[in-house]
Design a protein around this ligand. Structure first.
Ligand code: UD1
Ligand code: CA
Length: 458
């Protein structure tokens, strides 16, 4: 039996108080909808349908993934039952598959938790995912009969006092044989406190039609919690970050404080990596064995080879650091930066689209852009590659063993030949031949007997 997944994502999320549709708010750097979509794809479904409404096209664009997704517009939100009805419409032959209903605002659900639900539905049952909550307020409650069988679900607003005492709540997630689902949806009405078509009402209809109903209680409440407000989003973000931190530690990473790391993407780390407090990881970041990351660094889409050291307060973006490199403190590496092994970038240095050769050093207060540095190059403090003429970018080539004195402007395009030296304070506009000294500073003179001006008497 095939599996088809419906993701309900039409709601505005009024309590977010946001112009952005709720399912596009981010958790761990990815939208809530992306999280749910990833979980859906892990189940290898035949089809995935997203029911969208509020936010229209922006929701569609946000899920720019290669997997085939069918989009169904629910222009007017008339309830979860209505949303599922619409979502089934494009699914030809759904009678012969199992339909799994997921919510676009429940981001931490794991595929493994869904397997028993899908299995139960494959055996003909309507299978719900429920959870016990200390404070069940706001959720639909699972009403069981004296034999503990599920009888129906009652929404908070329609529940009487006794029913509100029930602590087993409906997560909203369910798996249903397609044929049964079609039939049950036909029986829905909107005779309730919210005047909506409740998907949850199919449970009572299933019981009446002698369709087996089973509620599987989730172990981890965080997996099934939805995001309704910014506070709930922040709470689930922490839960997510804690689990990422745990995985990293399990894999041999030392975190100075697992509560003070934020991974907003994917971090792969080797053994004996150390990450200090306050670091933010974005995009895809790879850290080789024994990489050391100092406090308060941002690492984005970068690869750091074994034994690389990033000292405090660095921004590493789109860079590749070779083994044994040292960066920082206070360095900014921009996209296209490649540091060969053993090279060093020091404080207040910005590097963009540049190759820094083996064992070369750019230690202080410099800008190196659109450049290639050979091996054993030393760039003095305050050196600037003037790569931009106001219209175009030009390259600076610095060959092996070049020494550039402090406070030098290298006006690109320009090449410093192998083993050449540039005197401090120079503005280099022409190529420097190998092994020669280039110097453009004015000659120093001393004036004997010169007197400082004196203050006039009033
Ligand atoms: C729903 C359940 C409730 C459950 C709770 C869990 C119903 C009637 N109630 O209530 O039993 O405890 O979820 O979080 O199903 N949506 C649409 N179109 C609509 C309405 C909703 O796509 O017309 C989507 C929303 O975007 C959201 C999901 O369905 O992703 C749930 O909707 P929401 O309004 O949050 O349902 P609850 O009232 O919380
Ligand atoms: Ca909700």
């Amino acid at each position: 039996m095939n599996l088809d997944v419906l993701i309900l994502a039409a709601g505005k999320g009024t309590r977010m108080r946001s112009a952005l549709p709720k399912v596009l708010h981010r958790l761990g750097g990815r939208s809530l909808l992306q999280h749910v979509h990833t979980t859906a794809c892990a189940l290898q479904p035949a089809r995935v349908v997203v029911v969208y409404g509020y936010g229209g096209e922006t929701v569609k664009q946000a899920l720019a993934v290669p997997q085939v997704v069918e989009w169904v517009l629910q222009a007017e939100q008339r309830g979860t039952g209505h949303a599922v009805q619409l979502g089934l419409a494009p699914l030809a032959g759904v009678e012969d598959s199992v339909v799994l209903v997921l919510y676009g605002d429940v981001p931490l659900l794991k595929a493994a938790t869904l397997h028993p639900l899908i299995d139960a539905a494959r055996n003909g049952a309507l299978a719900l995912l429920s959870v016990r909550l200390q404070n069940p307020h706001g959720y639909g409650r699972i009403v069981r009969n004296s034999g503990a069988g599920v009888e129906r679900i009652v929404e908070e607003r329609d529940a009487d006092e006794a029913e509100r005492e029930i602590d087993e709540v409906n997560s909203g997630i369910m798996a249903v044989p397609g044929r049964a689902l079609r039939q049950l949806l036909d029986k829905l009405d909107c005779d309730n406190a919210q005047g909506e078509y409740y998907l949850t009402d199919i449970v009572a209809h299933a019981v009446a039609a002698d369709i087996a109903v089973t509620a599987i209680v989730a172990d981890d409440q965080h997996e099934v919690l939805g995001v309704n407000s910014r506070a709930e989003l922040a709470c689930l973000e922490r839960v997510y970050q804690r689990s990422i931190a745990q995985q990293l530690m399990d894999g041999g990473v030392t975190l100075a404080d697992p509560a003070r790391l934020d991974v907003r993407g994917e971090l792969r780390a080797g053994e004996d990596v150390f990450i200090d407090v306050g670091c933010v990881i974005e995009g895809v970041v790879r850290l080789g064995d024994r990489v050391h990351v100092g406090p308060y660094c941002v690492l984005r889409d970068s690869e750091l080879a074994a034994d690389a050291q990033v000292l405090e307060h660095c921004v590493i973006d789109g860079a590749a650091l070779g083994d044994g490199t040292t960066v920082g403190p206070f360095a900014r590496l921009r996209p296209g930066t490649r540091l060969a092994s053993g090279s060093k970038v020091g404080n207040f240095v910005e590097i963009k689209n540049a190759d820094i050769g083996v064992a070369s050093k750019v230690n202080h207060l410099s800008y190196v852009g659109d450049s290639r540095l050979g091996r054993n190059v030393n760039i003095g403090a305050g050196t600037i590659t003037c790569n931009y003429d106001g219209a175009n970018k030009h390259r600076t080539e610095i060959e092996d063993d070049v020494f550039v004195g402090s406070n030098t402007a290298l006006v690109a395009p320009v090449t410093l030949g192998e083993g050449s030296t540039v005197g401090a304070g120079s503005t280099i506009t022409a190529d420097v031949p190998p092994r020669e000294l280039a110097i453009t500073r004015a000659q120093q003179k001393s004036i004997a007997g010169w007197q400082r001006p004196r203050k006039k008497k009033p």
